[in-house]
Ligand binder design. Structure first.
Ligand code: SAM
Length: 175
């Protein structure tokens, strides 16, 4: 399953940390790329690219000024759009069906999400019907769609690698 994330409506001042966390969660939990829509924010792109270089694996972060063009591009590339929204169908009820899709783009909002995103999306899914965070929603949707396999994902050619310890920290670095 190819996984992408589309972040709608990024606001440079208000969303910088949350959008960065969406990108880091997307990368760490199995997505191959994230596209940032909304305000252009080179700092976030550069910061996430640096993490991807240091921690290994393949991950791409790009910016697109138009969410409409982005949604259309992914649909043209045969991605199914999975829009995260508290108004949608419970992820635990639809995950099994969505897992059969070969290419999935998970759409998360920031500011008010335009109605057309709900209409354009192949699936509108909720992580509970409570208002919370795009970061948490993204993490759980990635987990449900990969049935937990993302937790064992490998990140080849990492310059920084952690070896899990019961206590303390074990970090290996290479150039
Ligand atoms: N203020 C915006 C509005 O009213 O549309 C939404 C703010 S909300 C924190 C930002 C994003 O988090 C939403 O667009 C959605 O993608 C995600 N989100 C928040 N709660 C969610 C839930 N229960 N299930 C799925 N996604 C959720």
């Amino acid at each position: 399953m190819k996984l992408a994330v589309i972040r709608l409506g990024h606001r440079t001042e208000r969303d910088k940390r949350i959008t960065t966390h969406c990108a880091l969660v997307a990368r760490a939990l199995g997505a191959e790329q994230i596209v940032l829509c909304g305000e252009k924010d080179d700092k976030i792109v550069e910061g996430v690219e640096k993490v991807a270089r240091q921690w290994g694996g393949k991950f791409y972060i790009t910016y697109s000024p138009s969410y409409r063009t982005t949604l259309r591009k992914f649909k043209k590339q045969k991605y199914r759009l999975v829009h995260a929204t508290m108004y949608g169908e419970p992820i635990q009820q639809v995950a099994k069906k969505i897992r059969k899709e070969k290419k999935i783009a998970i759409v998360v909002g920031a500011e008010k999400v335009p109605r057309e995103v709900y209409d354009e999306s192949d699936y509108n899914v909720s992580v509970t019907s409570q208002p919370h965070s795009e970061v948490a929603a993204l993490a759980i949707i990635l987990h449900e769609l990969q049935d937990g396999r993302e937790l064992d994902k490998k990140f080849p050619k990492a310059k920084i690698k952690i070896t899990p310890q019961t206590r303390g920290k074990k970090v290996s670095k290479r150039n």
